[in-house]
Design a protein around this ligand. Sequence first.
Ligand code: PMP
Ligand code: GLU
Length: 406
Amino acid sequence: MSDTAAVTTASPFADRLLAMNESATIAMAKKSRELMAKGFDVINLSFGEPDFQTPQYIKDAAKQALDDGYTFYSPVPGYPDLRQAICDKFKRDNHLEYLPNQIVVSTGAKQSLANVIMSMVNPGDEVIVFSPYWVSYEEMVKLAEGTSVALVGTLENDYKVTAEQLEAAITERTKLIMYSSPCNPTGAVFSRQELGAIAAVLARHPQVYALADEIYEYINFVGEHVSLAQFPEVRDRVITVNGFSKGYAMTGWRLGYLAARQDIASACEKMQSQITSGTCSITQRAGLAALLGGRASADEMVEAYRRRRGLVLEIVRDIPGFKTPTPSGAFYIFPEVSAYFGRTAPDGSTINNSMDLAMYLLNDALVSAVSGEAFGAPECMRFSTAAADEKLVEAFRRVKASLAKL
Ligand code: PMP
Ligand code: GLU
């Protein structure tokens, strides 16, 4: 074989890419779109995205931004007035005082998380990820060559990791812990007491930082949203990530932010300056209008999510073998489905795991959901409840009928 042939057959891709998994949520959504394009009536409950349009007053602000000439690069960490409005939001909603230079606006909460992980995690550092976790956490830690340590909550405790579990998992190599509350995928919400206990553990380990993902803050059915940064003993070591995708139904606009100690914010700004720069100028102006409009539009959407949660739980509780905790926030249900493992499908194939079950439901019920595997919970499955009421009822009627054939 000639040298040229040897070069052309080698993989052109970097080890870091080969080690990485595609986002399972995005992969499943892609599969269902493909089936839909072929004419199948798929109900897509795999993607975690509000089905609502962005409120009109926010769209109007974007149109105005274009007319006002907001077509240039923005400062990397965001326009000063937007950063001030984010500080005002933290004060109003979370009783937290930040200065604008502690805020970094980004191209979605996903980028904010990546900024922090890429800026803070060294190869070999341990990152404790509360499990079940959102799919991208583990992959981002891998990208940074950190070691992710999944700490698994129990079904009996609504999958919430406890302070005792955390204390036992911290080692001298632990750099960061990360979690979402309200949680994607479980919908669990940490109480003040639970987060206070976690803060007390962190207070005893001054080398450990915390990445608190609060993107579902507004979608909360139990009432109080608690931020880890509210505990003074750890406040300086907590990086809070939030964004506009969920609360303001702005997924496509790509707008998120983080708040942190000033040196951490500067580090994230530096990281972002080499990768994307400031996010879209028009989006930022729309985001400013969103914040100035308060949370009334979010509260309306939350009422719909609450109603849908009720509708779905009523059907799902009737599905034999599903063990489904009641979500306290976000817009997912996350049943434990292992009762179906080992069963035989009508075509003779065996359902070995939750991936097989998700594929069976996609093909037989034309309902797409995501296997719990990518969330660190292979015995579970995630269904989004962010869809119209009648679609949800139809979807779970089909799921129930398909499962009855196994
Ligand atoms: N964190 C969690 C827990 C999420 O579910 C998502 C997905 N929307 C994100 C972060 C990223 O959100 P964004 O659209 O702002 O990038
Ligand atoms: N956060 C959503 C989800 O969990 C969007 C998909 C993604 O960004 O991975 O499905």
